[in-house]
Design a protein around this ligand. Structure first.
Ligand SMILES: Nc1nc2c(c(=O)[nH]1)N(C=O)[C@@H](CNc1ccc(C(=O)N[C@@H](CCC(=O)O)C(=O)O)cc1)CN2
Ligand SMILES: Nc1nc2c(ncn2[C@@H]2O[C@H](COP(=O)(O)OP(=O)(O)OP(=O)(O)O)[C@@H](O)[C@H]2O)c(=O)[nH]1
Length: 460
């Protein structure tokens, strides 16, 4: 049982309309009662819970009004933490917020650790571990899609899938158990073929979930995208067009993009971390050379390569070299400047790069940009096109638990295929069950739980 009372500033510190100081725990209402003066001069305890009450925060020791506020008291267990909660809404800004926090801390309340409110919601059983992690993802989401996926997980959609799966496993384990020690007569024994069929179903579902993790990772972390091409083909112009604002320098002198520029943008909700490299070429200029080295490094690390070619000029040796390098990479080829007389044979180009889409564009005339965006969306969702809804594995911890569960169930299947004794298979199935339980936090060590919440922000 958690019996201390915690507090934190729930809003970002700085000049703002209002700030919220949150208090959770058994002493919350007593603490508020000691520092709050309602307009009518009656105790906050006389007001109904979950109603905003107007008044002032008063420091008795200093005989000083700290701020004009609105406060609310929410009674356990129907609150965020399932404990008594008090929220003080004061004026935004560092001074009143800090002063009120200090006053609360002087009244026997302890400063909350990062994520402690949400941790209490988990420990008190309002949400499971995957849902708690989703809270953090909600806050850190950079795009609509990232937010939607996190919200769906907070609502328990991932947890529901995992729980369903664990129920099937538990049922299989029950059948297996009677087959091993013949105790309970009302549960039927299981044959090897039934066992195998059950395990295959479990394996399929785990694999299905795992397949969503590639897209899930991109939704959460962004797609590392590298824009590559010779000088002057229009790389910076492309970046600007995608950003719809000019942050990279655009000129017609080759080599203006000296180093690597990184930008974040969102394409139909998919976060892209775009790197605009210094033109890949041989150069005598040292500064440029460093840029070029870094370009190559980024090129090797990118998840997606966007090669820009100038359609109005013949392909050069440098172009051919880059083309050779991207043959086996996830790449999109853009034939730019198609507003000018065309000298590049696109059929020949498509022949050189049979696995990549070649898209004709003119950044100058703003043609082909939609097609680029559509192609990126298709590449990201790829095999997951059916699951364009919001169910994705976005969390590496969940992915790793699923991988371990998959390994266990695969071991079990192999054992059953060899007609090995049931009690050996039982161990694999039980492992699979436990690994899946790590996701929802049913089977997870305290130190892992602590580590997860320590990455949360203060006040959440
Ligand atoms: N002022 C304020 N705004 C906030 C929050 C908060 O804690 N305080 N939230 C937090 O970060 C988010 C909302 N999330 C919440 C989730 C659950 C409960 C809650 O009280 N749940 C109870 C009762 C639900 C009900 O009334 O039906 C429960 O689940 O039992 C409150 C907020 C966003 N906005
Ligand atoms: N005609 C035409 N010119 C374009 C088009 N796109 C870009 N340009 C021009 O091409 C020149 C080079 O564009 P940049 O975007 O600076 O090219 P870059 O590849 O980033 O060049 P570096 O920084 O040297 O690597 C500029 O004068 C652009 O205005 C296009 O679609 N058509």
């Amino acid at each position: 049982m958690i019996d201390d009372t915690i507090t934190a500033i729930a809003t970002a510190l700085g000049e703002a309309g209002i700030s919220i100081i949150r208090i959770s725990g058994p002493e919350a209402i007593n603490v508020l009662d000691g520092i709050f003066r309602s307009k009518k001069g009656i105790s906050i305890k006389e007001y109904p819970q979950r109603k905003m009450v107007y008044g002032h925060i008063f420091d008795k020791e200093r005989n000083k009004v700290l701020d004009e506020v609105l406060v609310v008291y929410m009674k356990a267990p129907y609150t965020y933490t399932k404990e008594d909660i008090v929220e003080i809404n004061c004026h935004g800004g560092i001074v009143p917020t800090r002063n009120i926090l200090h006053l609360v801390l002087k009244n026997g309340v302890r400063m909350a650790e990062p994520g402690e409110f949400t941790k209490r919601a988990f420990l008190n059983g309002r949400i499971d571990l995957a849902q708690a992690e989703a809270v953090m993802d909600l806050i850190s989401a950079k795009t609509d899609k990232g937010f939607d996926v996190a919200l769906s997980q907070l609502e328990g959609n991932l947890s529901k899938n995992v729980k369903k799966l664990r129920e099937i496993i538990l049922e299989t384990l029950a059948h297996l158990h009677v087959s091993i020690d013949y105790t309970e007569e009302d549960i039927q024994e299981i044959t090897y073929s039934q066992l195998l069929s059950n395990m295959e179903t479990i394996k399929d579902e785990i694999e299905r979930l795992l397949k969503t993790s590639e897209t899930g990772k991109i939704i959460r972390e962004g797609l590392n995208t590298v824009i590559i091409g010779k000088p002057n083909v229009g790389k910076s112009s492309l970046l600007n067009a995608l950003l719809r604002e000019s942050r990279a320098i655009v000129t017609d002198v080759p080599g203006t993009t000296r180093d690597v520029i990184e930008e974040y943008l969102s394409i139909k909700g998919i976060p892209l971390k775009i790197v605009d490299t210094a033109g890949i070429r041989d150069t005598e200029d040292l500064v440029e050379k460093i840029g070029v080295e870094r370009s190559k490094e980024f090129f090797n690390r990118g998840d997606l390569i966007i090669l820009v070619l100038d359609a109005s000029e013949d392909l050069t040796k440098e172009d051919m070299e880059i083309i050779e390098h991207i043959k086996h990479r996830k790449a999109i080829v853009l034939l730019n400047k198609t507003d000018l007389p065309q000298r590049v044979d696109e059929k020949k180009l498509e022949g050189l790069l049979p696995n990549q889409r070649v898209i004709k564009i003119s950044i100058l005339e703003e043609k082909g940009l939609d097609e680029i965006e559509d192609e990126i969306v298709n590449m990201v969702y790829g095999g997951n096109i059916k699951s364009r809804d919001s169910s994705f594995i976005t969390n590496v911890r969940h992915k790793s638990s699923l991988e371990k569960a998959l390994k266990s169930i695969s071991d079990g299947i192999e054992a059953a295929n060899q007609n090995l004794p049931y009690d050996l298979i039982e161990v694999d199935i039980k492992d699979c069950y436990d690994f899946l339980g790590e996701i929802t936090g049913d089977t997870v060590d305290d130190d892992i739980v602590d580590k997860i919440f320590s990455n949360f922000c203060l006040g959440k």
